[in-house]
Design a protein around this ligand. Structure first.
Ligand SMILES: [Zn+2]
Ligand SMILES: [Zn+2]
Length: 136
């Protein structure tokens, strides 16, 4: 998969990318869970590789690492579509908002220490207690 597109529930906030996605991860952190209403699977890419169009609002919070996280969401329907991980120079797309997410395959489980017991976990994936492991 190279290019992909998606958007919020009501369609006012859209994004697209020529790709390629760097990776995909399942995140069990409390912030993702609250923002998305469930644990989130993210497609990870560079900010320059994503285009956003339409109305949006940004909620900025501080990650466990101390870096800024900017979650972009639709001011009308409230769906969170992307998160800018400023310190990492990465942006993530909430895979649940993709028009076609059939190609997404998570490569790791992150923030498992925050996982609620009801959230299913793929035991075959590398699992990390906290966030993105240091880049190799
Ligand atoms: Zn919307
Ligand atoms: Zn998270």
């Amino acid at each position: 998969m190279t290019g992909f597109a998606g958007g919020c529930l009501c369609g006012r906030l859209r994004y697209d990318s020529d790709g390629p996605a760097l990776t995909a991860v399942n995140c069990y952190c409390t912030d993702c869970r609250k923002a998305g209403g469930a644990p989130m699977t993210h497609v990870v890419l560079r900010p320059a590789d994503l285009r956003t169009t339409g109305e949006s609002a940004v909620y900025e919070s501080t990650a466990d690492s101390g870096g800024a996280m900017r979650r972009r969401f639709c001011p009308v329907c409230g769906a969170t579509t992307t998160t800018d991980i400023v310190a990492r120079g990465l942006i993530t797309v909430n895979a649940a908002t993709l028009d076609d997410s059939s190609w997404v395959a998570a490569k790791a489980n992150l923030w498992v220490r925050s996982r609620p017991a009801w959230a299913p976990l793929d035991p075959t994936l590398p699992t990390h207690e906290k966030g993105f492991p240091p880049r190799a």
